[in-house]
Design a protein around this ligand. Structure first.
Ligand SMILES: [Zn+2]
Length: 72
């Protein structure tokens, strides 16, 4: 799990840095789990979600939904 998080962090870093690199952001429908609490912004990509499916911020349950996100 920690290894996966580091990989994602690297991808974000390169995306922000890439002024001199031809970068194309590809959006795609992505399965995510988002927190059931309206006031909580917690969500995770399905690929990175914790095994217990609990929100990483508040610890409540998360529900599956589709969001349009940059492809990674
Ligand atoms: Zn939450």
């Amino acid at each position: 799990m920690d290894i996966l998080r580091k990989k994602e962090a690297v991808a974000i870093f390169y995306g922000r840095k890439g002024k001199d690199i031809e970068t194309e952001i590809i959006l795609e429908d992505t399965e995510v789990f988002s927190c059931i609490v309206d006031s909580c912004i917690g969500w995770m990509r399905k690929d990175f979600v914790a095994a217990d499916l609990l929100c990483p911020i508040c610890g409540n349950e998360m529900i599956q939904e589709i969001r349009v996100l940059p492809k990674i």
